[in-house]
Design a protein around this ligand. Structure first.
Ligand code: NAD
Ligand code: MG
Length: 403
């Protein structure tokens, strides 16, 4: 990659113009908190959310946004009513989201969840613009296309995902050949110590309760299956100039060390911090400088010890499937994500069990590999077609299973 040009927005006298895609979610709210604490430094252009009109209107008013957009037009009248008389523009629908992503801004925070974020985040890639990327699905589903567009546009990508942000902070971009390996840490999630037979019985409520991080529903379930870590390996492969066999996952239950880079002189550099996304978000917002983030400082003495272990691919088959999808290449990671999104939604509705999530993903990947539909994508449309077909295949598998 992508040695990002160090655009130093901090030297400017006018505020940094920010657009947020996925403003009302967990990442969006953390970013909003940092913006609210620095009203002179940031100016909000557009805030985009899916359907939560009330949360979006409240945020737009408190951050003095110019524009608030819902991707789902159903609640548009509610949004319009809530913003009446404020001077804040309201719009809805997919075209309005793309228009908001395209609108002049210096920094776009990409925090939509799922493959739904692909088209809007792609639309936000423009010359000279900084993309602070949380939506890992952009890189999982369309990493080559996404990174090629960043390079062609002369845009800058900064990783929000905590592991990648950590790696970015310690990756000597000027000397990529000196890097031996890149290590992503994983908390192991709520079932790290569970026996395989007990994991089949876990409920959505248990799976949603992450031991260290407070996140949206989908990524919380993906953390419990460790699919999230698999996605993150794929994400890292696209972000950094390394080969897939240089990437490793290390389970580290305390979530204090977020990522590490090992160099050929034997040095192992790591970034540490409390498990609070406001640190990596602040790092992206102030880069290449630093800004104040109101996070609890990591107190190593009170933590006492940090432990590390190898991941168990037998109990966490989702991680194995993601690593295999990365090796298969082509559209396998897009199929992986589509099947997982569908299976996670079914699990949250109580339609399938926890271990059916990786089973559904594996069945879908096998079916697509067998049908040869997994060659490389030439365009975002190709990705969205495979995404749609894979969702349908997984949904049918789930129906057959229930029958
Ligand atoms: P979330 O579910 O809390 O929020 C998702 C946001 O996206 C909401 O604002 C929602 O309205 C919006 N959205 C959903 N579908 C949309 C659509 N079709 N069009 C426009 N907006 C839409 O999710 P989150 O936990 O904040 O995660 C967001 C992204 O960041 C995910 O890709 C996740 O993997 C990544 N991420 C999250 C965390 C975390 O701590 N939460 C950490 C690292 C990476
Ligand atoms: Mg992460």
């Amino acid at each position: 990659m992508p040695v990002p040009a160090k655009t130093d927005y901090n030297t400017r006298t006018s505020p940094i113009r920010v657009t947020m895609l996925g403003a009302t979610g967990s990442i969006g709210q953390s970013a909003a908190d940092l913006i609210a604490r620095n009203p002179d430094r940031f100016e909000v252009v557009s805030l985009v959310a899916n359907s939560s009109a009330k949360a979006l209107a409240e945020m737009a008013i408190s951050l003095k946004a110019k524009n608030a957009v819902l991707s789902d037009p159903e609640n548009f009248e509610i949004l319009k009513g809530l913003l009446a008389g404020t001077g804040i523009e309201a719009s809805a629908g997919e075209a309005a989201v793309l228009e908001a992503a395209d609108r002049d801004a210096d920094l776009v925070i990409g925090a939509i969840v799922g493959a739904a974020g692909l088209a809007p985040t792609m639309a936000a890639i423009k010359p000279g613009r900084r993309i602070a990327l949380a939506n890992k699905e952009c890189l999982v589903c369309a990493g080559d296309l996404f990174m090629a567009k960043i390079a062609a546009a002369g845009a800058e990508i900064l990783p929000v995902d905590s592991e990648h942000n950590a790696i970015f902070q310690v990756f000597e971009a000027a000397e990529p050949d000196s890097v031996e390996k890149v290590i992503l840490t994983a908390s192991g999630g709520p079932f790290r110590t569970f026996a395989l037979k007990d994991m089949a019985q876990v409920t959505p409520q248990q799976a949603l309760k992450h031991p260290n991080w407070d996140m949206g529903a989908r990524i919380s379930i993906d953390s419990a299956t460790m699919m999230n870590k698999g996605f993150e390996v794929i994400e890292a492969y696209h972000l950094f100039p390394i080969e897939s066999d240089q990437l490793e996952v290390l389970v580290h239950p305390q979530s204090a060390v977020h990522g590490l880079v090992q160099y050929r002189d034997g040095s192992l550099l790591a970034q540490l911090g409390s498990p609070d996304m406001r640190t990596p978000i602040a790092h992206c917002m102030a880069y290449p400088r630093r800004m104040e983030a109101p996070v609890q400082r990591l107190d190593l003495a009170s933590l006492g010890s940090l432990t590390f272990e190898k991941p168990d691919l037998a109990r966490f088959p989702a991680l194995r499937l993601a690593l295999e999808a990365l090796r298969s290449g082509g559209q396998a990671p897009a199929v992986l994500n589509a099947a997982d999104e569908t299976a996670v939604a079914a699990f949250l509705k109580g339609a399938i069990g926890f271990m059916d999530i990786p089973a559904a993903v594996e069945e879908t990947l096998n079916a697509f590999a067998a049908s040869g539909e997994i060659s490389a994508a030439g365009s975002v449309e190709d990705v969205l077609n495979v995404d749609r077909d894979a969702r349908q295949w997984t949904a049918d598998w789930i129906l057959r299973k229930a029958a």
